[in-house]
Design a protein around this ligand. Sequence first.
Ligand SMILES: Cc1cc2nc3c(=O)[nH]c(=O)nc-3n(C[C@H](O)[C@H](O)[C@H](O)COP(=O)(O)OP(=O)(O)OC[C@H]3O[C@@H](n4cnc5c(N)ncnc54)[C@H](O)[C@@H]3O)c2cc1C
Length: 542
Amino acid sequence: MPQTWDVQADVVVVGFGAAGACTALEAAWAGAQVVVIDRFGGGGATALSGGVVYAGGGTPQQREAGVTDTPAAMFDYLALEVGDAVSAGTLREFCEGSAAMLAWLERYGVPFDGSLCPDKTSYPTNRHYLYYSGSELSEREAAPPAPRGHRARGRGTSGSVLFGALAQAVGGSGAQVLRQTTATALTTDSSGRVTGVQCSTLRGAPGWAAAAHRVLHGWSARPYVYAPRLGRALHRPVAWLERRYGRPLLVSAQRGVVLAAGGFVANRQMMREHAPGYRGGLPLGTPGDDGSGIRLGAQAGGATRFLDRISAWRFLSPPEALLRGILVDRAGQRVCDESRYGAAIGEAIVTRPHRQAWLLVDHSTVARAWRQLRGTTLWFQRLQAMYLLTAGRIRAPTISVLAARAGIDSGGLAATLNAYNGAAAAGLADPAGKPAEMVTAQDQPPYSLIDFSIRPRLASPTPMLTLGGLVVSEETGQVRRADGSAVAGLYAAGRSAVGLCSRSYVSGLSLADCVFSGRRAGRHAAADLWARSPGPSASDAW
Ligand SMILES: Cc1cc2nc3c(=O)[nH]c(=O)nc-3n(C[C@H](O)[C@H](O)[C@H](O)COP(=O)(O)OP(=O)(O)OC[C@H]3O[C@@H](n4cnc5c(N)ncnc54)[C@H](O)[C@@H]3O)c2cc1C
């Protein structure tokens, strides 16, 4: 029986975060009639994020900061991080187009700035917007390092600035945004081609119900990230309103449906199934990260990959002084080079017994860390550092007493410290490969162990982000089956898809991938319309 469509479009985008917005902009530019649907008001994890976009190869902001970078250097570094998540050809295309991609965002109103952060930090303060956001300095022998974390200019965590500009551009592009509308199933024709989306919408619900849904979701979004229990409790009535007042809506997609509905960190069942080792972290996302985009694609025949890859963040700095310490496990063995990016450190800790690790520092390092706190941290970094330097720290006059207090193997700890201090004194390379300028002997008692174990702790949490998703064609963004064939009419982007950061994340690489994969899906879903478009993005001129 023929379907009766409530809304008709060329391209339907499920999810209005960074990936969905960039898809919509590119498809609308090509002349497609675009409908974007979002379960809430749009923004998703993107609006809560730090707004850091990984970009390089000689951006204007890098030049302004006096930084030399090339697409080749960027490629060499990212190849180490990205592994086999995407092909070398796709990674090269990303690096060669990176400066143009940033310019494209700027043209749509996203502000960036070349003020270079002097410290190695997890996130720069409101004075700096360009920084080393990955492990570039630790990998300097493999690739010339350059700061490539471009933070959108704005106070606090500036993802809201980035999304605000994109949302405004989408508003002006002619695309229609259907808010408070959840995609529940995909429709297909007899050949299996995806033809549209079945939704449940609050459009037409009583005014108070729609308003309560909007307000309660707004209240629950930030607690969801920073205090998940509270966030989940606040979100319960939101889900109830959807069940009670949602009504069906059928949206047709003449050319394609693009799934850009985020990841699955909010789906506890999927997390248990695919990433059982990652319990007790903070979900870096919104209740919308329930894996529904990935599941819709899988139901249509799409294959998935990297669902077990999680980015778990344990940042040792700021304060930068802590990078001088040595990270050890229960056996007193060194965990890794402490100067690496927080997700690399998190991954190293997850694989240790009981997911436990401590940073061994001496009196002078602790004193220096306290002095650095004020100028180099934002409020959330300062609170965490203050906790770690007080309640999260055990101290003792000798290494053996310290080890006994923490339950660490004393002989192992002493041997690790001797090897570190010995190499530092002799000017030899650090046993774990830490860059020389961050190596300082820890030899001034009393000694301290700062607890960086992965445990559910409000004061010192481990934020987590899912990286895997639907397998897509790297040329078009079309969803692929396990046999490699394409699911006709279906595309995916951002954290619903496998992308650049699906094996390993460094700050900015998820948003950069959302822009890269969203634009690709938008272009190809609008296909022949795009080929005829004289627009600047069609020629990649901006
Ligand atoms: C606190 C925090 C800081 C971060 N900082 C950074 C950073 O600085 N740089 C970086 O690269 N990454 C960062 N990340 C990660 C990054 O924000 C996300 O990976 C990225 O924004 C994902 O974008 P997306 O478009 O795929 O999904 P989202 O931005 O989450 O958008 C998905 C949208 O889909 C909607 N949706 C979901 N299911 C449905 C459905 N069934 N029907 C309709 N709509 C649906 C959701 O409501 C949501 O609006 C951070 C994340 C957090 C939480």
